[in-house]
Design a protein around this ligand. Structure first.
Ligand code: NI
Length: 263
């Protein structure tokens, strides 16, 4: 059984055919999906998906792009959202200095708030990091010094420093379809040095469809291509990568229930 540990099922790209998308995911062996929140003003929509489908859990939070256009969330807001049985983590949050749709300082403040909620509850924080490696590594270390917290760097595309910091601090690293891209040799070299028991896989759909689906709308079924590519990078059998990444998901997202078929 595969897990898609990061997908945006509430986005308009899936509005017309979500049932068919979920059916294809099940056919491809994807037994669990994590729908990721990006705005507190869309919490109801993300949570409704998790309520409607046994295979879907969700995380809630504010994407770094949206920090300046959303009401600020205090730790208490995030903690109360996490009382819902299908909410298994926080985010996505983090730093994006590439697009910088929100200011760096407000991104950092929001990121630290999400980490505080993760530390308080023991539920993982889903971290987005783009073009922000030095600040990302510094904030992770600074926050870890206040007390450990669980989490993962999603759609990993940062450099070795962020990867090594994450692993050292007990965090996980999630690989997306980027690992299948021709130009991603540096990423593959970094991933080769990471321990298998800290790796997850994801689609980040509707974005970043893996080869051979590149250029199309991405969807959870395509996570299988990322599993195969990751196996190639690590020199392992795809089955081994599937087994490990699925196990890692349920160890990290300890509140998520495993589908009965695999218990
Ligand atoms: Ni995302």
């Amino acid at each position: 059984m595969l897990v898609d540990s990061h997908c945006h099922l509430d986005f308009p790209e899936f509005a017309d055919d979500l049932d068919a998308v979920l059916a294809r995911a099940a056919e491809a062996g994807v037994g669990s999906l994590l729908a990721i929140g990006t705005r507190l003003t869309r919490v109801d929509r993300v949570r409704a998906l998790a309520e409607a489908h046994p295979a879907i859990h969700c995380t809630l939070g504010i994407h770094p792009h949206n920090v300046d256009s959303e009401p600020a969330a205090g730790p208490g807001d995030l903690l109360s959202l996490a009382e819902h049985p299908k909410v298994v983590g926080f985010g996505e949050t983090g730093l994006d200095y590439f697009y910088q749709h929100s200011g760096r300082e407000t991104q950092q403040r929001s990121f630290r708030t999400h980490i505080a909620a993760a530390r308080e509850t023991g539920l993982p924080v889903v971290i987005h990091s783009r073009d922000a490696d030095p600040d990302m590594a510094a904030i992770l270390r600074d926050e870890h010094a206040k007390g450990p917290f669980p989490g993962l760097i999603h759609c990993f595309s940062s450099g070795r420093e962020v990867a090594e910091t994450a692993i050292e601090l007990g965090l996980y690293v999630s690989l997306s379809g980027i690992i299948t891209f021709k130009a991603a040799d540096d990423l593959r070299a970094t991933v080769r040095g990471l321990p298998l028991d800290r790796l997850l896989i994801e689609t980040d759909s509707p974005y970043l469809a893996p080869v051979p689906k590149r250029g199309k709308r991405n969807e959870p079924a395509f996570v299988a291509h990322t599993a195969i590519a990751l196996a190639g990078v690590l020199g392992l059998e795809p089955e081994e990568v599937v087994r490990a990444t699925t196990e890692n998901f349920f160890v990290l997202f300890r509140k998520a229930t495993r589908p009965e078929a695999v218990i």
